[in-house]
Write a protein that binds this ligand. Sequence first.
Ligand SMILES: [Zn+2]
Length: 329
Amino acid sequence: MPAAGGAAGAAAADWVTLLLSPWGLALLGLCVGSFLNVVVHRLPTIYMRGWWAFDVADFALRDKRSWRSAFGERAEPPPELPAAAAAIDKQLEGAPELSLWRPRSRCPRCGHMLRASENIPVISWLALRGRCSACRAPIAKRYPLVEAATAALFGLCAVTYGPTWQAAVACAAVALLVAMALIDLDYTLLPDSLTIPLVALGLLASALGVTAVPWKDAAIGALAGYGILWFLGVVWAVLLRKPNAMAEGDMKMLAGLGALLGWQALPGILLVSAGVGSVVGIALIAFGGHKRGTPIPFGPYLALAGLAALLMRETFVALAERMLPLVGA
Ligand SMILES: [Zn+2]
């Protein structure tokens, strides 16, 4: 029955339009923001466990070949190294199981497991007045703020792109960028499991014609995003005669932004992120008691500039045309 099928199709299209409306996406953003809080809390732990298990224990401490390659064919690794690797194994075995999905969220102080009614984005925090229902320990303001900010950004994506798949791609990018910004802020760490999906999202969306960015601009954007920071790192290292201080995570993150928004957006993103980063960095050193030498994460500023470019791509491309007359040619 084509008429009934058409009606069902129209009803499904209505649902998609409703979901992709500003309020629909803002509501979805609240839930995604709640999940991002879990990601930001747990992903570094999962990443660090993998680092200790594979990079340190298996690769560094147990690998006789790398020791000999570094210190000579006849060099024998000291017995402390395998002993340390065994200690790491033991520690990892004793660690409670952890994934993004399990176990359910608990109060870090008393272990109270959150009920479904205590897990409603923003509202639960307000209803509990920012305290654990069991032990009254304060719950960080950051949780509801991340949920509200994600909701606002999802809503803005809907306003910017209309009820299109482009809005959905923009929201996925927002989720990745928010998680990257916060994890980098907390640990000066940009996990591949967040940066690489951003590159893939940008390239795929452009190849499938979901975004307005031609695939060539996306591909050049990915290469240029990685390459610019790599090159700046090399110049810095040569000029100051220091090891390259540019983190690979930042290069991959800018590659992701280049893939998502096209290479034309990169000059503006770099200008805004470096500008805001310098102002905040100088303010932190001057007023915040920031110790010189501790690394300042660049990811949060890249995320900030990337989000601005996502919502105002035309402005960023126009900025590049002003900065580099070549872009307009
Ligand atoms: Zn508690």
